[in-house]
Design a protein around this ligand. Structure first.
Ligand code: ATP
Ligand code: MG
Ligand code: MG
Length: 372
């Protein structure tokens, strides 16, 4: 717990600090909601301490965020959007004019206006939410698509480079405790049987068929704030991993997180299936905002992207299990292996329905094209 009355003066708030408290259910940064008094009116802001163990260069990360959010705001204003400042995060400058401030302990902080009358949901409750969130992520990519200037910094290099994730697994197997290796035998086989899949998107990026774009890279439902009244996706938040990537990583992770029939850490793998209705809702939402800039190869790989990101996530849990649970927080012995099993059960559910998913992609993209 930090004393926010000492953080507030680092920013050019132009209002008086009243009080602050820890806010939201994020796992990475320390997030606070802070109330301020502006000539008798109460307004609130989000102050966040960036986790510099995960993000080694918080200032470079903030430079990315500053560029992307400034560009998004410019575009929204140009388009005459009536709620431009509610549709993108915007950074409040520090007293010395940066998009971040460093406290006396060396922590890096940032401040955003609080997006009112909207919230993020930890668990998906309806198809409408899936559709609106996917639409918002598509809009975010669209706003960032023509970002001028040099390439954004990769805040976590090779984040979605699946072949490198498989290499890391190989190394972990070589060094693993023999008991753990034995326990994970079946899962190791599942991963290596899909070696060709791990290369598919990176090969398409290398050949230029899939372009590198500005992508979000953490497309969970709770990273979009949905309007309290209309449920519309209002603002994409949590931009720490916004960097060069493929849109397929963003869409694939939406499929991975929004389409399983159970929670992410379900231990009864027989209950894990794929919700096609959710997949269709994601497609409807995403293509309604993104189809204007996607190329055909990207569209043709949307169903596969769900498989790829699920495989990749399973590989990461498996690697961590073999390395002795060093990266993901665990609550019980074998937790990471259970998580891997859940991902791989979902992977198999996707594989079983992939032809139907591919058909849905063609049908929905055809409908969206006819509407334009
Ligand atoms: P994660 O575990 O998803 O990586 P994180 O630690 O990076 O989370 P954020 O997602 O950036 O943190 O923020 C945590 C929570 O704070 C969000 O889920 C959201 O509820 C809330 N939040 C963040 N920014 C804003 C904002 N500008 N306005 C309103 N609420 C916000
Ligand atoms: Mg978040
Ligand atoms: Mg985050």
């Amino acid at each position: 717990m930090h004393d926010l009355s000492r953080i507030a003066p680092l920013f050019d708030m132009r209002a008086d600090f009243v009080h602050a408290y820890p806010y939201g259910s994020g796992h990475i940064n320390d997030t606070y909601c802070a109330w301020y008094d502006l000539a008798g009116h109460r307004i609130r802001y989000i102050h966040q301490r960036i986790n510099h163990k995960v993000f080694k260069d918080p200032v470079a990360l903030m430079r990315n965020i500053e560029r992307v959010t400034r560009h998004a705001l410019e575009r929204l204003v140009e388009q005459g959007h009536p709620e431009a400042r509610r549709r993108t995060l915007t950074t409040i400058p520090s007293v010395d004019g940066h998009a971040w401030a460093i406290d006396p302990e060396g922590n890096c902080w940032r401040t955003y206006p609080f997006i009112e009358r909207a919230r993020g949901y930890d668990e998906i409750q309806s198809e409408k939410q899936a559709e609106e969130a996917a639409k918002a992520f598509g809009e975010f990519q669209k706003l960032a698509a023509d970002l001028p200037g040099e390439r954004l910094l990769e805040t976590i290099p090779n984040f979605h480079h699946t072949p490198k994730r498989l290499e890391a697994l190989e190394q972990a197997i070589a060094k693993a405790d023999p008991q753990r290796r034995e326990a994970a035998k079946a899962e190791i086989e599942v991963a290596f049987a899909r070696e060709d899949d791990t290369r598919r998107v990176t090969d398409l990026i290398e050949s230029g068929e899939v372009p590198e774009r500005v992508t979000h890279n953490d497309t969970k439902l709770n990273n979009v704030l949905l309007d309290d009244v209309t449920s519309e996706g209002v603002c994409v938040i949590d931009l720490d991993t916004t960097m060069p990537g493929s849109v397929l990583y963003d869409f694939g992770d939406m499929v991975r997180t929004a389409c399983p029939t159970t929670r992410e850490d379900e231990v009864d793998v027989s209950r894990i299936g794929l919700r096609l209705d959710r997949f269709e809702a994601l497609l409807r939402g995403y293509l309604s905002s993104a189809s204007s800039f996607l190329n055909q190869t990207e569209v043709d790989h949307l169903a596969f992207s769900g498989k790829l990101l699920t495989l990749e996530c399973g590989i990461r849990f498996l690697t961590d299990f073999l390395e002795g649970d060093v990266y993901f927080k665990t609550k019980r012995p074998g937790h990471n292996l259970d998580r891997c099993r859940a991902q791989f059960a979902f992977l198999k559910a996707i594989e079983a329905k992939l032809p139907q998913m591919e058909d849905m992609v063609q049908t929905v993209s055809g409908k969206v094209a006819n509407m334009v």
